[in-house]
Design a binder for this molecule. Sequence first.
Ligand SMILES: [Zn+2]
Ligand SMILES: [Zn+2]
Length: 183
Amino acid sequence: MLLIHGGEAVADAPVLRTGGVPLVPDGFVWPNCRNCGGPMQFLAHLPLDLGAVAVFFCQNDPGMCDDWDATAGANRAFVFRGRLAAATVPDEGETLLGAVTALRPYPADAPTEEPVLGRLGGEADWIQGDETPDCPSCTARMTFTAELEEGSDFATSANFGGGGRGYIFHCAPCSEAAFLWQG
Ligand SMILES: [Zn+2]
Ligand SMILES: [Zn+2]
């Protein structure tokens, strides 16, 4: 399925979206970047069959932290299950995107006028080479979950280096998720 522009959403909407605030379980601690120490930016909320995938990456000093890398510690992806509620957003740092954008699943083979903002399931469409990460818990090759386009509006889009694409993976048995981007 494609993910097409589904209009604006409220910040804590329980829908597929980029931006807004993450929906998290009790006891959640906002992730800090292992490179610069600052709080990461919340990128996407993806409520899926395996759980709600929440993606964060560091934007405190763009270009300085290895936020494109799945294992460098400058991004985080989680799989959350059970009862979720809006997280408390840290007071400092680049923590939120400029807009909350709903992502609407749409058949890949049907014509649409709406901007395509990503894709759900299938195979990763790599810009560079295949960088499928291994699960941090069981070391198995992770399963492709979704990819996100950077978006055309500089004021509200994610920063994937200018025209890049973000990739999300999961390991269902371990409830692990991973993120990386390529430009
Ligand atoms: Zn950082
Ligand atoms: Zn695993």
